[in-house]
Design a protein around this ligand. Structure first.
Ligand SMILES: [Zn+2]
Length: 320
């Protein structure tokens, strides 16, 4: 319950203020939109560093035209100087309301002189202006795409989909498994009372993509007597300003779990599909019957539920 208070409660107000601060926006690509990753998609930044994707990836062929999603002051630069390649070129737009929109993987050579001039004079670019073309990311072994970040006036990474025109999606997230895991990482079927982790194996897809995204809202309730919300995440913004690494390990389980038949289930991001995202939810089981219900929803409101029931014995020495 503490976890809920930490992150969810402030989001309600933030969401309202973002909506109020909404300027007119357009999708940065024309034609059919294919979403590849969302704000909350887990990513590995280095061999063992898990983080949030922190933006929205739209799949597009190299050379696809990119348009300004919003009006504001335009600038261009390499981002993340540690990876100083043409893949890491960014055009950013600072809106009047203090939001910073960052468009990554633009082919620097295709940015028109008129846009460069606006950057020099400090004049506004208008929403819908051609900014350049999608860079050929196959040179860095990635599918060509546009990556879009939105940072709010306090520097939090926020969900770009809050501001963009609707992207159609009628497919609900799939909950592939729910597991109660002990501190050894083993799945337990007949638990004693005490502390565990509930591991939720869930993915979402937004057609026509064949690549799994991550979900928008995850909620876990428990019923032993009265119903309690144990844990809730709403991926409207990341928890710490300017930071897309911290807190991810508290949400995603990067270590594998061992199922009751001895097989191993692990978080799987790439290279093979489908991806597998394991969410970790701390849970304390009381003696008696506990019904756990997990609800996973996507940004369009499609949702699925799954439940687990446990009969919990009184103490660790008298159960298994
Ligand atoms: Zn991206």
């Amino acid at each position: 319950m503490k976890l809920v208070a930490q992150w969810l409660a402030p989001l309600v107000g933030v969401f309202i203020s973002h909506s109020a601060a909404l300027a007119e926006t357009v999708l940065p690509l024309r034609g059919e939109i294919t979403v590849m990753n969302t704000l909350s998609t887990p990513q590995f930044y280095g061999p063992s560093t898990i983080g949030f994707h922190h933006g929205l990836d739209l799949l597009a062929d190299a050379g696809t035209a990119i348009y300004a999603p919003v009006s504001g002051k335009v600038a261009m630069q390499n981002y993340y100087p540690r990876a100083n390649t043409p893949y890491t070129y960014e055009v950013s737009i600072q809106t009047e309301t203090g939001y910073r929109w960052e468009l990554h993987h633009i082919d620097e050579t295709t940015i028109p002189d008129s846009v460069r001039q606006l950057a020099q004079t400090g004049e506004d670019v208008e929403a819908g202006t051609f900014l350049g073309e999608v860079f050929d990311a196959t040179v860095v072994n990635t599918l060509p795409h546009l990556h879009l970040n939105v940072l709010d006036p306090e520097g939090y990474y926020v969900n770009p989909r809050q501001f963009l025109p609707e992207i159609d999606d009628e497919i609900a997230p799939t909950i592939r498994g729910l597991y109660l895991v002990n501190d050894q990482g083993n799945v337990v079927e007949n638990p004693s009372s005490g502390d565990y982790e509930l591991v939720v194996d869930v993915v979402d897809a937004i057609p026509p993509s064949t690549i799994d995204q991550s979900i928008y809202r995850l909620e876990v309730t428990s019923q032993s007597g009265e119903e309690t919300t144990l844990w809730q995440r709403l991926f409207d913004q990341l928890p710490i300003p300017g930071d897309f690494i911290s807190e991810a390990t508290a949400i995603y389980r990067s270590e594998p779990i061992t199922l009751t038949d001895g097989s191993i289930l692990a978080h799987q991001f790439e290279p093979e599909l489908p991806r597998r995202f394991l969410y970790r939810v701390p849970i304390e089981l009381q003696v008696g019957t506990t019904l756990i219900q997990v609800t996973a929803a996507d940004f369009s409101g499609n949702q699925n539920q799954s439940t687990l029931t446990f009969e919990t014995s009184p103490c660790s020495s008298c159960g298994d």
